[in-house]
Write a protein that binds this ligand. Structure first.
Ligand code: NAI
Length: 508
């Protein structure tokens, strides 16, 4: 363990949202902490806020009073950079501009000693570019905390071209000593989390733009079927549509306009209209007082047909069978079918989406009564299943399918016939991005999954999710999506290798 000794002073520069949070974390870990900001009074004001917040946590018995008072005693505002000469670590959390950051680190180099480590909390500027003008760029690394820093456990430790292994190790060990979970990443656009999470927003926004469903239904599906903590509309409303759009645009620009990162016209329209989300009262949803929360579009009750059969023993068929049994609904079982049909309800045939639209699949199978189900994180416990019917599907078959799913205890969310549906399309793209990120040496497979679970609360790391679903299934979904919607959905080289080798991303 090479963590910075807690007796060594730490400075945090920039006393805004992130700087104040990071200063609090370092002070609670026992370091003397200096907080500096160019805005007069900002550092002292931030310290007042920290004091107030920490004492409130003591009152709620969430923190120890002695630890808090000792942290507060060690925390002070620094008026000038020249006060920071004795610090062993300086963390920059100032405005997100390369010129401001290089000027700051340039000035610090002539103030601090040669063994002082320098860290930036940037979320989008390459660490390599920030270090380029320094005399000793090997001691600069990224310490990318997530907001709110005191509560979010993840810290991305970012290495630029010149960052030394020793700097990376000390920053990672120090983050651990501060009670955080570090993951190592190379300085590439979006690092891990802000890159791999892009499809979560992009695919949802695209489905809205394609009129596949409305925002409330999208959020409901992602929570109750996909197992995500929040859906993309409510989450971007919380983050701020302007902030989320700016991150998407910066990743898209940094990847030279790769089609999979293309920003959303729909989101831009919200930004243009000042509908920034919770902070402005309206975004995808309306937060103004007296406005009821929007309801998802769910199918009204239908009768379960008399003739129901479940085919094979894949996860979806098993879940349907066990839930029908639990609801005392009679059904037949049959071996797995070559066409992949998981259930038959009267004339209706139900399949798990494979990236083709239901309409295309009905045509390929010459079976008009074709209906598709979406991927569920766990079909045994999911409370809602999205359903898409082929255009040529008779209404009676659609109702029969809804009746069967409702009899198994699911809410049914009928959506337009969008290829890949909602959860499958999003998860397939998350997996593809995750595979590509590891393939390009940005981070290890375990760190990638850890980062996505801790940084954005995903129920499973994308690579673990791929192991659960099977790389072949994901590859088929993406290949079909690519057929209908182009280059954006190209399965990456690493995913193709997982398909053809049958090996997990976690294996050599
Ligand atoms: P903020 O706007 O809340 O705070 C920035 C502070 O830096 C302000 O108080 C400002 O007066 C001060 N400042 C500006 N230039 C300065 C300089 N040259 N020297 C000293 N102080 C200066 O910004 P926020 O949100 O705290 O972000 C800070 C950094 O953290 C940015 O690089 C941002 O990209 C990054 N970040 C932000 C996250 C967020 O969710 N807000 C999450 C992770 C990283």
């Amino acid at each position: 363990m090479t963590a910075l000794d807690s007796r060594i002073a730490v400075a945090v520069i920039g006393a805004g949202t992130m700087g104040a949070g990071i200063a609090q974390v370092a002070a609670l870990a026992g370091h003397p902490v200096f907080l500096h900001d160019t805005r007069p009074g900002a550092a002292a004001q931030a310290i007042d806020g920290i004091r107030h917040g920490l004492r409130a946590l003591v009152a709620k018995k969430r923190l120890d009073a002695d630890q808090v008072e000792s942290a507060l005693n060690g925390l002070c505002a620094a008026d000038a950079l020249t006060d920071l000469g004795a610090c062993g670590l300086i963390i920059e959390a100032i405005v997100e501009r390369l010129d401001a950051k290089t000027a700051l680190f340039g000035a610090l180099e002539s103030i601090v000693t040669t063994d002082c480590l320098l860290a930036t909390n940037t979320s989008s500027i390459p660490v390599t570019a920030i270090g380029a003008g320094l005399r000793h760029p090997e001691r600069l690394g990224g310490l990318h905390f997530f907001n709110p820093a005191p509560r979010m456990p993840l810290v991305e430790i970012v290495s630029g071209l010149d960052t030394s292994a020793e700097t990376t190790r000390t920053l990672a060990d120090t983050a651990t000593a501060w009670g955080k979970t570090p993951v190592l990443t190379r300085s590439t656009p979006g690092f891990i989390v802000n890159r791999v999470a892009r499809p979560f927003y992009a695919e949802g926004l695209r489905l809205l733009q394609e009129q596949a469903l409305d925002p409330a239904t999208l959020d409901h599906i992602m929570r109750t079927c996909g197992g995500f903590r929040m859906g993309p509309c409510e989450l971007t409303d919380l983050i701020g549509q302007d902030i989320n759009a700016a991150v998407s645009r910066s990743v898209w620009t940094a990847f030279y306009h790769a089609p999979r990162f293309e920003p959303s016209l729909l989101q831009q329209e919200l930004v243009d209209g000042g509908r920034l989300g919770r902070k402005s009262g309206r975004g995808f949803h309306d937060y103004r007082e007296g406005t009821p929360a929007p309801a998802p579009q769910l199918a009204p009750a239908q009768a379960c047909p008399k003739m129901v059969s479940i085919h094979g023993d894949g996860p979806l068929a098993r879940a349907l069978a066990s839930r029908l049994r639990a609801h005392e609904v009679a059904f037949d079982t049959a071996p797995a079918r070559e066409d992949g049909c998981v259930a038959q309800a009267g004339d209706a045939r139900l399949y798990l989406t494979d990236g083709r639209s239901a309409t295309r699949r009905a045509s390929d199978l010459n079976q008009p009564a074709t209906l598709l189900l979406d991927l569920a994180l766990d079909p045994e416990t999911a409370t809602c299943l999205p359903l898409a019917a082929a255009r040529q599907c008779p209404e009676s078959a659609r109702q029969a399918a809804i009746g069967l799913l409702q009899a198994a205890g699911y809410e049914v969310a009928p959506i337009q016939d969008a290829p890949g549906m909602v959860v499958m399309r999003t998860v397939a793209m998350l997996i593809n991005e995750a595979a590509d990120t590891v393939h390009q040496g940005v981070c290890s497979a375990p760190d990638l999954d850890l980062a996505m679970r801790l940084g954005v609360n995903y129920p499973l790391g994308p690579l673990d999710w791929c192991d659960r679903i099977g790389a072949r299934v994901i590859g088929t979904v993406l290949t079909h999506l690519r057929g209908s919607d182009g280059e954006r959905y190209r399965p990456c080289v690493a995913l193709q290798s997982a398909i053809h080798s049958g090996k997990s991303f976690h294996e050599a």
